[in-house]
Write a protein that binds this ligand. Structure first.
Ligand SMILES: [Zn+2]
Ligand SMILES: [Zn+2]
Length: 231
């Protein structure tokens, strides 16, 4: 039997492959697979596997760092805030895996943080997860700095100016970010969060410094464990 090796045939074949395989091929640097991922063709990027995972979930779970930007380049980004059958979004997978660069990248591209910072801190146990929590914080600030598609919003929710994450603080339960100075000017007038209107104590706003302090015990435990093992 003569194998059909025309370009048309190859493209048809690649398009038929499930997105999982396509991602793996692209991660191996197969040029054709990368081209298809980048092209405007209708790919089954919204298709789900038996665990309800879409291409983006798989790419994050397999930590395919060179493929993630290809998917994030698409508009709209396929499956950015979708949950698999275990109720995990791609961001939640990145957080669980303690993958800080992927966490930061996904937040920067507008991935919704379904879990509040409270819950993220409670689940923080390893130094990798601590890094992911830090990245999560930075990602929220970066995401909020980006103006919405309609040109409105962006920046600190009080003064609307852009924030530097080192000088930002975040309300733990709603994850809205503000300048530290704007919140301290605002608090004498109201104890409710300017974003969600919930009654909020000073402690309920966290800064990157607070996060680092909170995460320190986890880092120390790990270090002492390591030194025990290494003798
Ligand atoms: Zn401000
Ligand atoms: Zn709030």
């Amino acid at each position: 039997m003569q194998l059909d090796t025309t370009e048309e045939h190859n493209t048809a074949l690649l398009t038929k492959l499930d997105e999982h395989l396509l991602c793996l091929l692209a991660s191996e640097g197969i040029r054709e697979a990368q081209d298809i991922l980048l092209s405007e063709e209708q790919l089954p990027l919204q298709a789900q596997d038996k665990d309800g995972r879409k291409a983006l979930h798989i790419v994050v779970e397999k930590e395919l760092h060179n493929i993630l930007p290809l998917l994030l380049d698409r508009n709209p980004i396929p499956g950015l805030n979708d949950q698999d059958y275990h109720n995990r979004t791609p961001l939640e997978i990145a957080l669980t895996m303690g993958n800080a660069p992927m966490t930061e990248l996904l937040c920067g591209y507008g991935a919704d943080h379904v879990k509040s910072l409270n819950q993220v801190q409670n689940t923080t146990q390893t130094s990798e997860n601590s890094l992911a929590t830090e990245a999560f914080f930075i990602g929220i600030v970066k995401k909020q700095n980006k103006p919405e598609d309609n040109g409105a919003g962006g920046g600190c929710l009080i003064c609307l100016d852009e924030m530097e994450y080192k000088k930002a603080c975040i309300h733990k339960s709603c994850s809205a970010a503000f300048h530290q100075k704007c919140i301290s000017d605002y608090r004498p007038h109201s104890t409710n969060c300017p974003s969600c209107q919930e009654y909020t104590k000073c402690d309920d706003y966290v800064t990157l410094d607070t996060i680092k302090k909170l995460l320190k015990p986890a880092l120390l435990t790990r270090r002492s464990l390591l030194s025990k093992i290494l003798g």
